[in-house]
Design a protein around this ligand. Structure first.
Ligand code: SAH
Ligand code: SF4
Ligand code: F3S
Length: 469
């Protein structure tokens, strides 16, 4: 499943069952909003909390701690947190009536961006913790249990990854055969619409040895497919085991050597950081899946400039030509913003034109949302909601058509599939295609974790039906 900036998603801990033996333990309910990096962070926070005696639960009513891991990317995403906090406040009051405490914590990008303002607007919140300080969570919680209201949004000087516990092997196994692994955090690009440089701070790459150790641990727990994450994942760099400076391409080759790891992906990339080595990896590294999320945001050079993307539409198309020359069957994915300040009908048509030129396998479309503190919010020429709506619909229609075209082109082909989990219907299992679509197969087709060849026999709205090849 592609989870690009989904506004609210009960993933990670909220959907996990708790170990039977932990009934006396304190319980934490985590709800995750936003991008894959938040999904990853929620897991790491759950691991830190497990070491502190909190078992995960997906039943909010029984939680001693409710943790919202939030997203600030668009206004709608940020506001959702406050309506959720309203509901949780009532639950907390109910619980207090029964003589039981419930702590409420807000983590993630809203926590970082709004800090103490959250407690002002929602006084039932006990702790606010920014993404750079998750390793301090047990300490923060101990203070919160003592009745203190806590806002922890400093940029920690110590490396949080160094201090966060790794999941136990059983926990890795329980999370499934695909996993996220954050290798890079933060962003120095300052696109004029975007809050990420303010909520996640400047670019930091995790060291090679740390990443390799974590990937090995995942593989030992049965993970077959790892997606490397970063706000600008292809800006990742580090000193490799040979003492040389490595880029993401080199790192991918290294990770592909780990026994058991059969599939690798990375997201999200910036067009300016696609170097030759990374492009070559798409040609020479079979484990690297032929799917690339490479957001362009707009097809108009004028708008790209106003967005501070620092490349043109032509640069982007030339880059895709190079990527396709390396790997012909690669499916491109992207993000688009419609209705950026000053976007004319001609600018928007340039975006439609670019989409037609590229032919996306999938893509995500967003209406521009002015964000406090970003240069875009201060620009002239904000567009009426109705114009943004209309453009969003037109772009969405074109992308849906391309997505449909891509999916139907797979019918009759034999493709590799990683069997991921039991299907919703009895007798079925669900796998994952190289291009991220769910593949529905007969449950006897293979065991979870197997990678098998299947023949595609038909399609659902965004899924594939297959029989053993
Ligand atoms: N680092 C990635 C994007 C991270 S944010 C990149 O540079 O491409 C994920 C997506 O959210 C962006 O690609 C953009 O399409 C969208 N987005 C970011 N800020 C937005 C805003 N203010 N309004 C609407 N969409 C936005
Ligand atoms: Fe935001 Fe631009 Fe950085 Fe992506 S590259 S996270 S859009 S500032
Ligand atoms: Fe949202 Fe923060 Fe991710 S703003 S998209 S959760 S980096």
């Amino acid at each position: 499943m592609e989870l690009n900036t989904i506004e609210s998603q009960d993933v990670g801990t909220a959907t996990e069952r708790q170990p039977a033996a932990a009934s006396a333990a304190k319980k934490v309910f985590v709800k995750t909003y936003g991008c894959q990096m938040n999904v990853y962070d929620s897991q790491r926070m759950t691991d830190a909390l497990a070491a502190d005696g909190y078992a995960p639960t997906d039943v909010i009513d029984e939680a001693d701690l409710v943790l919202l891991n939030t997203c600030h990317i668009r206004e709608k995403a940020a506001e959702k947190v406050y309506s959720e906090l309203g509901r949780i406040r009532e639950l907390k009051a109910e619980r207090a009536g029964q003589g039981r405490d419930m702590l409420i914590g807000v983590a993630g990008c809203v926590a970082q961006a709004e800090g103490v303002e959250i407690i002002r607007r929602a006084p039932a919140v006990d702790l606010v913790i920014g993404p750079q300080t998750y390793h301090r969570l047990p300490d923060v919680l101990a203070r919160a249990r003592g009745g203190e209201k806590i806002v922890e949004t400093d940029y920690a000087v110590e490396d949080k990854f160094e201090h966060l516990p790794q999941p136990r092997r059983a926990e890795v196994a329980r999370r499934g055969v695909t996993a996220f692994l954050t290798v890079q955090e933060g962003c120095d690009k300052f696109c004029t619409f975007c809050v990420v440089p303010y909520t996640r701070g400047s670019e930091v790459s995790r060291p090679v040895a740390q990443i390799v150790a974590e990937a090995e641990r995942l593989a030992e727990g049965g993970v077959r497919e790892v997606t490397l994450l970063g706000q600008n994942v292809n800006a990742w760099h580090g000193v490799g085991e040979n003492g040389e400076e490595w880029g993401l391409g080199r790192l991918l080759f290294r990770l592909a050597e780990i026994p058991g790891l059969a599939r690798l992906r990375y997201t999200t990339s910036h067009p300016r950081d696609m170097d030759d080595e990374l492009i070559s990896a798409h040609r020479d590294l079979p484990a690297l899946m032929p799917y690339l999320h490479l957001p362009v945001q707009s097809g108009s050079d004028r708008i790209l400039k106003a967005m501070n993307r620092r490349h043109t539409a032509r640069d982007y198309l030339a880059l895709i030509d190079r990527i396709r020359a390396a790997r012909a069957d690669i499916a491109m994915s992207g993000d688009f913003i419609v209705g950026f300040p000053g976007e004319t009908e001609a600018d928007f048509e340039a975006t439609l034109h670019l989409v037609r030129e590229v032919g996306y396998g999938s893509a995500f479309t967003f209406k521009y949302s002015p964000r406090p503190g970003t240069p875009g919010a201060e620009m002239e020429g904000h567009l009426p909601e109705a114009v943004k709506d209309e453009r969003l619909q037109r772009l969405q229609a074109l992308i849906n058509e391309q997505q449909r075209h891509f999916i139907t082109s797979l019918v009759g082909r034999t493709i590799s599939t990683l069997i991921e989990k039991p299907g919703r219907r009895p007798g079925q299992k669900v796998g994952r295609s190289p291009w991220l679509q769910p593949v529905i197969v007969d449950e006897k087709a293979g065991e979870i974790g197997d990678i098998i060849d299947v023949r595609i026999t038909g399609t659902g709205p965004n899924s594939l039906f297959a029989e053993t090849a």
